[in-house]
Design a protein around this ligand. Structure first.
Ligand SMILES: *Cc1c(COP(=O)(O)O)cnc(C)c1O
Length: 227
């Protein structure tokens, strides 16, 4: 077994354990492997191990890798801050965008649809901190943003996404996120996704109802320094 296969299996075992402890079915949890800063060859290797859902946080990397691997059956999730001028190319490449945090971006993504496009899955990214630089909309804006997405004909509102704060235990932050998920479901009952949980806090996220985990380094190994 390769080191990569071992790490993937170990993470999947942790997910299964955490789901069991939370009284949940692990089949209701999608494990997205975050491959940012790693080459397309690693994504190909992951695909060979059965990985389907992969995540990227930069437009250029998403586009380059998804084009290079276009013959593989992969679902690309975009999880990073997104400039409106890059909405079109990210929409082309991604199956889902987790990081929608402002109305202008909703309009840009909706306007980027081509005739005949399937609706694009999008999530409201919620900021669980008081620092606007961390990305995500402040909690008091969640309902209005969800309504804007629900009204966009080419977007499908799927749920919420968040990153745990650095200065708070993840469990209490993810408990708040579960409340914001309810606000979004009040707008769109089918918006059942909760995208939360990274390498360090996946157990807490599963306990708080996460349906989509974004796991990077625990599976891929350490990332090279950002270039
Ligand atoms: C990099 C990243 C992850 C994965 O983080 P790890 O700690 O490597 O698991 C998850 N979510 C977002 C938004 C990221 O940018």
């Amino acid at each position: 077994m390769s080191a990569l296969a071992e790490r993937l299996a170990a993470v999947d075992a942790r997910i299964a354990d955490a789901a069991r402890s939370a009284g949940r079915d692990a089949r209701d949890i999608t494990r997205i492997v975050v491959t940012k800063f790693h080459p397309a060859s690693l994504v190909r290797e992951l695909h060979g191990l059965g990985v389907v859902d992969v995540g990227e946080n930069r437009q250029q990397e998403l586009v380059a890798k998804s084009e290079e691997l276009s013959e593989l059956d992969l679902r690309w999730h975009f999880i990073g801050q997104l400039q409106t001028k890059k909405a079109r190319s990210v929409r082309r490449a991604a199956a889902a965008i987790h990081s929608v945090d402002r109305e202008r971006l909703v309009d840009a993504l909706d306007g980027a649809a081509e005739p005949g496009d399937a609706p694009l899955d999008v999530l409201v990214q919620v900021n669980l901190t008081d620092d606007p630089a961390r990305g995500g909309i402040a909690p008091d804006g969640v309902t209005a943003l969800a309504e804007r997405i629900a009204a966009a004909p080419t977007l499908a509102l799927k749920g919420v996404m968040a990153v745990a704060p650095l200065d708070e235990p993840p469990a209490s932050a993810f408990a708040r996120l579960a409340g914001y998920a309810e606000l979004v479901r009040a707008v769109e009952p089918a918006a059942t996704w909760i995208s939360a949980g990274m390498s360090a806090d996946l157990v807490e996220a599963i306990a708080c109802g996460a349906t989509h985990l974004r796991i990077g380094s625990a599976i891929t190994g350490p990332r090279a320094a950002r270039v």
